[in-house]
Design a protein around this ligand. Structure first.
Ligand code: B12
Ligand code: SF4
Length: 444
């Protein structure tokens, strides 16, 4: 029986991040002597995909909300070229918005939640000709160490970004970044994000043992010559006890490499001691989700931080000469022109931080999505579009949002390049066309 998992990734064409979710499902199947191929949709034209997918008996599709239509197109092609194939969908979007997949007749199973055990059970059922329900609730693996290490050979493209190269070592940048997950679950309640991850990964935090993580670092060093790694977890300091144990185990390693973490601003402040110890061990970069320069907006998000806390966290990272990278969002109906100005000021005031502003996208299943949907404010409920210019919520001035994103770029290149101006103008044009088209819809 031939089995494949498909990454339906559409945008982020040049991303060098690997798909840990798919890698772990393949890893679990491999541990149980099942071979599963990996297909990255970005690498094939539709014609090529059609030819490749034909020979598979069981295919799983991993879908995030912005890739919904692309995934549905791939699934429809798959069904047309092979009517006997078993088609499974899983990942963030099928887990949070299962109904739309349940209605799709091309799909045999919708997995809501973690996929390792469920996908393996689907393989077994197909082999034994057993019937399973269409909706399958993903079973969770309590002890993450049991999963072992994912197979990096599936993703040769995992590499460092240009800006990382400069920070890490401009003269001898490492060729690859190895991203590693420590845990599953997030204990916080940001309204633009939760309860999605709580529904998939549960309300409690599961963490790999520090020893297992260290073994993976050593394995990556021995097998691939690891010179730099990144813990991809939403907040590496969620468990102080864990990170303290990790530090003490890591100290006994006989090599040092540079690494990067994601940590919340409030946890950086709470655990300055850990930042200092980690810096001594090679921590060179910390990613922080700052989200806004306005305290009013941070409160709206239930972020649990303030602008003052964010700036305090930056000052701690500066003190230890650790590069801060961060992200901000704009495009909320509650956000005024003054809030946007505050976000721009935050960028200006923290000019040694690598900051990027994104247009806010309301994702299904989140608290804010629910709120805007109930108020009838969403333009497109099924498929949140990732394009920065595309209006998503009524009452948001998207001209202002794209202008803010454009202005924030001045920080890095004071002389805006011609292509930046042209992009801004084309975005303004596309927004105008979008608004005009909605007027016509009103009169339909
Ligand atoms: C690393 C990461 C990225 C990387 C890699 C993306 C990837 N596809 O893995 C990059 C930088 C490319 C990226 C980009 C984007 N990302 Co991102 N990303 C993450 C992050 C931080 C980790 C993902 C991860 O590896 N999780 C750990 C693994 C183990 O979990 P998993 O992938 O969900 O897989 C498990 C289950 O979902 C399930 N499963 C998954 N696939 C399948 C398939 C089958 C068949 C089955 C049965 C089960 C199954 O089983 C897996 C193992 O248990 C998450 C946040 C998070 N903590 O999950 C956000 C997250 C997935 N990203 C998000 C978003 C919004 C984006 C972007 C749209 C941002 C943008 N505006 O461009 C793009 C979209 C890119 C894309 N099309 O994938 C959102 C998705 C929200 C949503 N409703 O879709 C998340 C949840 C962040 C958030 N809290 O809002 N992202
Ligand atoms: S934004 Fe980050 S900290 Fe907040 S709930 Fe989501 S994953 Fe957790």
């Amino acid at each position: 029986m031939k089995i494949a998992l498909v990454n339906t990734l559409g945008n982020n064409k040049n991303t060098s991040y690997i798909h840990h979710g798919i890698a772990y499902i393949i890893q679990y199947a491999n541990l149980h002597n099942e071979k599963v191929d990996f297909i990255d949709l970005r690498k094939f034209s539709w014609k090529e995909f059609k030819a490749i997918i034909k020979c598979y008996d069981l295919v799983g599709y991993s879908v995030v909300s912005t890739d919904y239509y692309r995934a549905i197109k791939a699934i429809s092609i798959n069904r047309k070229v092979n009517s006997d194939v078993t088609i499974v969908v899983g990942g963030i979007d099928p887990s949070t918005d299962s109904d739309k997949y349940m209605k799709n007749l091309d799909i045999d199973h919708v997995v809501a939640g973690e996929g390792e055990i469920s996908f393996f059970k689907i393989i077994q059922a197909k082999k034994e000709n057993k019937k399973l329900e269409k909706l399958i609730l993903g079973e969770r693996i309590e002890n993450l160490d049991e999963l072992g290490f994912i197979n990096r050979d599936i993703f040769p493209e995992e590499k460092v970004f240009p800006e990382e190269k400069v920070i890490i070592d401009p003269l001898h940048p490492p060729r690859r970044r190895f991203s590693i997950f420590l845990s599953r679950g997030c204990l916080y309640n940001c309204k633009y994000c939760q309860p999605v991850s709580k529904n998939i990964f549960g309300r409690k935090l599961r963490v790999r043992s520090p020893e297992h993580v260290i073994k993976e670092i050593v394995y990556l060093r021995n097998k691939y010559g690891l010179e730099y790694f990144q813990f991809l977890d939403d907040d590496a300091f969620q468990s102080k006890e864990w990170i303290t144990r990790f530090i003490s185990c890591y100290k006994s390693l006989n090599f040092r490499v540079k690494f990067m973490l994601h940590v919340r601003a409030d946890n950086i402040i709470k655990h300055e001691d850990l930042i200092r110890e980690l810096q001594e061990l090679g921590l060179i970069m910390v990613f922080v989700g700052f989200e806004s320069g306005s305290n009013k907006m941070l409160k709206e998000f239930n972020k649990g931080t303030t602008v003052e806390k964010n700036e305090h966290a930056i000052s701690i990272l500066n003190k230890y000469k650790i590069q801060t990278i961060g992200s901000l969002m704009s495009g909320f109906p509650q956000e005024t022109k003054d809030d946007m100005k505050l976000t721009l000021n935050f960028i200006k005031n923290n000019n040694n931080v690598l900051l990027q502003i994104f247009t806010y996208i309301p994702y299904p299943g989140t608290m804010l999505f629910k709120e805007y949907k109930e108020k009838g404010l969403l333009y497109n409920i099924e498929n949140p579009d990732a394009s920065s210019w595309k209006p998503k919520i009524k009452g948001v001035n998207y001209y202002r949002v794209v202008y803010l994103i454009f202005k924030s770029k001045f920080k890095y290149s004071f002389k805006p390049r011609l292509w930046q101006f042209l992009t801004l103008i084309s975005h303004f044009f596309k927004i105008t066309i979008f608004y005009i088209s909605t007027l016509f819809k009103k009169f339909d």
